[in-house]
Design a protein around this ligand. Structure first.
Ligand SMILES: [Zn+2]
Length: 68
């Protein structure tokens, strides 16, 4: 069972999408596709007691990630 490291809370809200203000924004990690770049969405697990973001992750890990 996942716990908040700050206050030992068990009230963890999972898989919350990360966004940005504005109309056409997505926040995520870019990866290579055949023609276009793909964007894998980022998600958070959040402690609903103190607001600490426990972890940030993507669903698909088998991507060819774009790097500098
Ligand atoms: Zn907490």
């Amino acid at each position: 069972m996942e716990q908040c490291t700050h206050r030992q809370s068990l009230e963890i809200e999972k898989h919350i999408a990360i966004g940005a203000k504005g109309e056409a924004f997505n926040v995520g990690l870019y990866y290579k596709r055949t023609l276009l770049q793909g964007l894998e969405n980022l998600y958070c697990d959040l402690c609903s007691k103190c607001g600490t973001v426990i972890s940030v992750y993507v669903d698909q890990v088998d991507r060819k990630w774009l790097k500098d």
